[in-house]
Ligand binder design. Sequence first.
Ligand SMILES: [Cu+2]
Length: 68
Amino acid sequence: MENITLHVSGMTCNHCVKAIEGSVGRLDGVDKVAVHLDKGEVVVEFDSNVISLAAIKDTIDDQGYDVN
Ligand SMILES: [Cu+2]
């Protein structure tokens, strides 16, 4: 398992938290996802043999947020 902290901008409320946790959490290979709204961070634990970091970033991007 890999653990990565992504810096995501555009997250403003609980809806954003649910949108990201829901969409990323549904991906095969993602074990845990936690959004820290106050810090603008998304912490993801995932199996890099199953899913790439790029695919996780794309999923967050598709929800309308900018991943740095
Ligand atoms: Cu929101």
